[in-house]
Design a protein around this ligand. Structure first.
Ligand code: NAP
Length: 253
């Protein structure tokens, strides 16, 4: 997907998994990418890969749930790469537990990273988008938004992101800004590897089991999601807004 070379994107949680694949894809599309992550070394790794491929990137260490850190990170991207007009709210964590065992910290951490993080980033970048009369916000929801055993916190946050997306689409549409959510099914990353470990199943067997339940007969790869982000942040996607796209190898919604 070809996008204007002057655009600057911020991808949160860009150190690995879906975020890293997305950062690499957007850079290949011609965008300069601010790679934000808690894990500074990981963010640098992604940024260095982009630079080695001939792209432009900046690694920024920040906790997306910390308002001051988010503001500073966005300002740094604006100063060093240019005004960010593309935002991918991807940073995520899980703290799975059945409700009776779920702690306040399990709840607060997940809400802080997914929901507050997406709110803080969207609020910080909207100024640049409104000024540019162009913006693209993509947030990573999940099929878990439809409900998932052991994920009262995560499913609530992922459903919340769908509401945030629709509201941003309504509020910012007149400024040329679209907001959409992607709700992936099983994607092969460290996150699903950790889930396999938690339930005590070797990752390969976990993947094989999941693939059997997915209509296309395989689990997703980070690049499957990156390709969809690429479209949703492109110039030509401007009439698609406020949508939740399930990317799950079958009809999940
Ligand atoms: P992942 O491999 O665990 O990567 C998540 C990244 O987010 C990590 O680099 C992590 O950094 C970073 N991060 C966590 N907390 C952060 C914070 N407070 N501030 C900044 N960065 C933070 O996960 P993934 O599988 O690629 O998932 C990416 C997104 O897709 C998440 O929102 C996830 O919920 C969603 N999703 C994933 C799947 C799936 O099957 N994998 C399905 C549906 C939705 P650290 O390593 O330093 O913690």
């Amino acid at each position: 997907m070809t996008t204007a070379t002057s655009r600057v994107a911020i991808v949160t949680g860009g150190a690995r998994g879906i975020g890293a694949a997305t950062a690499l894809r957007l850079a290949a599309d011609g965008l300069a990418v601010g790679v934000l992550d808690l894990d500074e070394a990981g963010a640098k790794g992604t940024a260095e890969q982009i630079t080695a491929n001939g792209g432009k990137a900046l690694a920024v260490a920040a906790d997306v749930s910390d308002a001051d850190a988010v503001q500073a990170a966005v300002e740094r991207v604006a100063a060093e790469l240019g005004a960010p007009t593309v935002l991918v709210n991807n940073a995520g964590v899980t703290r799975d537990n059945m409700l009776f065992k779920m702690t306040d910290a399990d709840w607060d951490t997940v809400m802080g990273v997914h929901l507050k993080g997406a709110f803080l980033l969207s609020r910080a970048v909207q100024k640049y988008m409104v000024e540019a009369k162009f913006g693209r916000i993509v947030s990573l929801s999940s099929v878990s938004a439809l409900g998932n055993r052991g994920q009262a916190n995560y499913s609530t946050a992922k459903a919340g992101l769908q509401g945030l997306t629709k509201t941003l689409a309504i509020e910012l549409g007149k400024f040329g800004v679209t907001a959409n959510a992607i709700a992936p099914g099983f994607i092969q990353t460290e996150m699903t590897k950790a889930t396999a470990e938690r339930v005590g199943v070797p990752f390969e067997a976990f993947i094989e089991g999941a693939a059997k339940t997915i209509p296309v007969g395989r689990v997703g790869q980070p690049e499957d999601i990156a390709a969809l982000v690429s479209y949703l942040v492109s110039e030509e996607s401007g009439f698609v807004s406020g949508q939740v796209i399930y990317a799950a190898g079958g009809p999940k919604a």
